[in-house]
Design a protein around this ligand. Structure first.
Ligand SMILES: Cc1cc2nc3c(=O)[nH]c(=O)nc-3n(C[C@H](O)[C@H](O)[C@H](O)COP(=O)(O)OP(=O)(O)OC[C@H]3O[C@@H](n4cnc5c(N)ncnc54)[C@H](O)[C@@H]3O)c2cc1C
Length: 455
């Protein structure tokens, strides 16, 4: 007689929750139910479709929010999964204009450098108002700094701080390798904070090993975006999945050999509970602290920050940035393969504005005011940050490391009481989509489930 399937609840329908539910559903030993506090699946919930505009051909464009870029080298598992599903992706040519503003509220933005992804545009474009001599000196200075920095990433390993046992921060690593502060402040931090979507100080506090890992793995590797949008991935992962929408989980507790999930049903304003054999929490650490008591204290050391993304048509704020690359855009026969990204920094933070081929702008962490009448949508995401301390907390949760005097770990670890954690932050690296899939695969391995795209 076949055994009754084990009941599994997955909380959250971001990339991590959906991948875990997909893998578990391939095994008849598990009966999976998914809880999502929103009224729709969340992976693609902020994305939108826009038309090119009245003067154009009214072509429909899907805009992924966030952009969900991935690259060779760093995203081995994600790429394998996309290939398994036949999801198509392409490598856009990104052109980054870099500008600085000194006064808050300033609208005068003039690029001081233009950089292209993987240096596909050589020599780099010369910004308007920059003399040939000045431009040449800047290019040479940046090339020397960049290749010195890359060499350090490959050959100078980050240290462990002897008194704390924690890994070195990127701030300390940059000082130790004597990379010029001017380069770090005006070029490296603005570019890198577009990837990490956080302030310069938060990025300096990252473990050096994260920044170095990302830099070395993606060095000279193409970056990709999904053609037609991440909704294609969401559709593949969620096909046939039972989902309880508008179900905000308020507590997850071990009761005997079961795990009790309590949630507020938003559609009926009712509080409900059910018992499961396993629960997979695919939520950010701030949510985990609120709903899962064993991690309430320890996850206080894992910082999160809100990130605002605004889709709009306020081109008036970027005249100089758009002008400088307009010739390059006109030269592009297929107007959709060149993607300008305008990087605008002040002393502490960076805005990135993606000039989408559909003639909309997507501003992440805007620092220059946007005309509210030109706003199409506005979304706030939660970004999980990394510090040497949060890295240690994550390692302690996910790596089996007995710490008590009798050899037993005193701290809650992944899988204790049949409760599992997955998410972009649930691995030892930069908090990205690859962390979602790596952590989902870890759960699959612990439950002896074969990952469909592994073979
Ligand atoms: C602005 C921005 C840009 C980014 N760009 C990239 C990029 O280009 N490439 C890349 O690789 N990574 C990028 N990232 C990182 C990447 O998007 C995240 O690491 C990844 O989306 C995290 O997915 P997740 O499934 O772990 O969590 P989330 O996507 O945060 O999903 C958590 C889910 O839990 C649900 N939830 C929360 N509370 C409850 C509750 N109480 N009950 C039920 N459900 C609940 C939420 O609604 C959501 O569905 C970016 C992140 C941000 C913020």
């Amino acid at each position: 007689m076949s055994e009754k399937p084990q009941k599994v609840a997955i909380i959250g329908t971001g990339m991590a929750g959906l991948i875990t539910s997909y893998i578990l559903r391939t095994d008849p030993r598990f009966d999976v139910e998914v809880f999502e506090k929103q009224a729709q699946l969340s992976l693609d919930s902020a994305s939108l479709t826009v038309s090119s505009g009245p003067d154009n051909d009214q072509k429909q464009h899907r805009i992924d929010l966030p952009m969900r870029v991935f690259a060779d080298g760093f995203y081995a598992n994600l790429k394998r999964m996309y290939d398994f599903f036949g999801v198509q992706y392409a490598s856009p040519r990104f052109i980054y204009t870099m500008s600085r503003i000194s006064d808050p509220g300033s609208t005068e933005i003039h690029p001081h450098f233009i950089h292209s992804s993987n240096n596909h545009q050589l020599p780099p474009l010369r910004p308007k108002g920059c003399s040939w001599i000045e431009w040449l000196m800047r290019v040479v200075y940046l090339a020397v700094c960049y290749y010195y920095f890359v060499a350090c990433c490959f050959f100078v390993a980050p240290r462990t701080t002897s008194d704390t046992g924690l890994s070195e921060s990127f701030r300390d690593y940059a000082k130790r390798i004597h990379i010029p502060g001017h380069y770090i402040k005006n070029y490296f931090l603005p570019l890198m904070s577009c990837v990490t979507t956080c302030s310069h100080n938060q990025l300096l506090d990252f473990p050096a090993i994260d920044v170095i890992g990302y830099q070395t793995k993606t060095f000279r590797k193409p970056h990709y975006t999904v053609l037609g949008g991440v909704n294609k991935v969401q559709a593949k992962l969620s096909k046939g999945q039972k989902v309880r929408y508008s179900a905000a989980v308020t507590a997850v507790e071990n009761v005997g050999s079961k795990v009790k999930v309590t949630w507020k049903d938003g559609s009926r304003e009712e509080v409900k509970s059910l018992f499961f054999d396993h629960v997979v929490l695919a939520v950010t650490p701030d949510v985990l602290r609120a709903i899962f008591p064993p991690l309430r204290k320890i996850l206080a050391a894992v910082p999160t920050t809100p990130v605002h993304s605004i889709v709009h048509r306020d081109f008036a704020r970027l005249p100089a940035c758009s002008q400088v690359i307009s010739a390059r855009l006109h030269a592009d026969n297929d107007r959709s393969s060149t993607h300008p990204i305008h990087i605008i920094s002040n002393a502490s933070t960076t805005e990135s504005t993606h000039q989408h081929p559909s003639s909309v702008l997507i501003s992440t962490s805007p620092i220059v005011p946007i005309d509210s009448e030109k706003v199409i949508s506005s979304t706030t995401f939660t970004r999980v940050l990394r510090t040497p301390t949060s890295r240690q907390v994550t390692l302690d949760i996910f790596e089996s490391k007995p710490t008590g005097p009798d050899g037993d770990s005193k701290q809650w670890q992944n899988g204790d009481g049949n409760v599992w954690l997955v998410g972009g932050w649930c691995w030892d690296g930069m908090v990205m989509l690859e962390g979602c899939i790596a952590s989902a695969i870890r759960v699959a391995e612990k439950l002896n489930i074969e990952v469909p795209w592994a073979s």
